[in-house]
Design a binder for this molecule. Structure first.
Ligand code: PEP
Length: 244
């Protein structure tokens, strides 16, 4: 299984920041893992042009469940693919909060991603209140059941565990807490998808930085990271890539 370092630029990035992607490509001409940048949709096509043959994949941060139509302001999986994307992040906690996205909505978006041959990175994770109530595994299990369609394989899906309270806060679960959730996710995926589950990559996301990447990547069933803030600068993201 090739591990994955995925950068989520969120609503950050102008043409001037394409140089960060270029610098990353220069510094990691032969990365030991798969490298992915998910810039804002406005930059995907230009970043694809800038990167040329560099071994960096591109992805969107959301897609609509329909392929085209009267949905002002939305972007479809077909469009992401056309712009040069091969991945799309779905169900990020910021989408769930800002746009009231449910697991059922994430599921139909995942199916839309598959129609366009995009690999879906489906995000799940508990809030602080849910963790303090001892509900973490219940929440993660329910989100996986609801958001993942039948037919998940190593090629068409990646699951990202992102505790909501760890995103952008500098707070990171203990390595035991990460292991508990990732082992549980693998068990649940195996129960539902059988042999195909062994190759599905499980990313940890939430305040991953160059200085904590080593210990996070050593945790069982952690197959890479979904990185927000630290993916914006080539030096920081490069440090994380180097740890994989
Ligand atoms: C994210 O947005 O997916 C994320 C993990 O953010 P950060 O790395 O900044 O916590």
């Amino acid at each position: 299984m090739k591990k994955l370092a995925a950068g989520n630029w969120k609503m950050n990035g102008l043409a001037a920041h394409l140089s960060e992607a270029e610098a990353l490509a220069g510094a990691h001409a032969q990365p030991g893992c798969e490298v992915l940048i998910c810039p804002p949709a406005t930059l995907i096509a230009r970043m694809a042009q800038t990167l040329g043959d560099a071994p960096i994949a591109l992805g969107g941060q959301d897609c609509h469940s329909a392929d085209s139509g009267a949905h002002t302001g939305d972007v479809s999986a077909v469009m992401l693919k056309d712009a040069g994307a091969s991945y799309v992040i779905l169900g990020h906690s910021e989408r769930r909060t800002d746009h009231k996205e449910t697991d059922a909505a994430v599921r139909v978006k995942t199916e839309a991603a598959w129609r366009s041959n995009l690999t879906a990175i489906v995000c799940i994770g508990e809030t602080l209140a849910e963790r303090e109530d001892g509900k973490t595994l219940d929440v993660v299990g329910t989100q996986m059941k609801g958001a993942l369609p039948d037919g998940c394989t190593a090629e068409n899906v990646v699951v990202a565990y992102e505790p909501v309270w760890a995103i952008g806060t500098g707070k990171v679960p203990t390595m035991e807490q990460i292991a508990e959730v990732h082992d549980f996710m693998r068990t649940e995926l195996t129960a539902r998808f059988g042999d195909a589950a062994a190759g599905i990559r499980l990313l940890y996301g939430g305040s991953v930085k160059p200085d904590n990447a080593d210990e996070i990547f050593a945790v069982s069933n952690v197959d890479g990271a979904l990185v927000g803030g630290a993916s914006l600068k080539a030096d920081d993201f490069g440090g994380i890539i180097g740890a994989l």
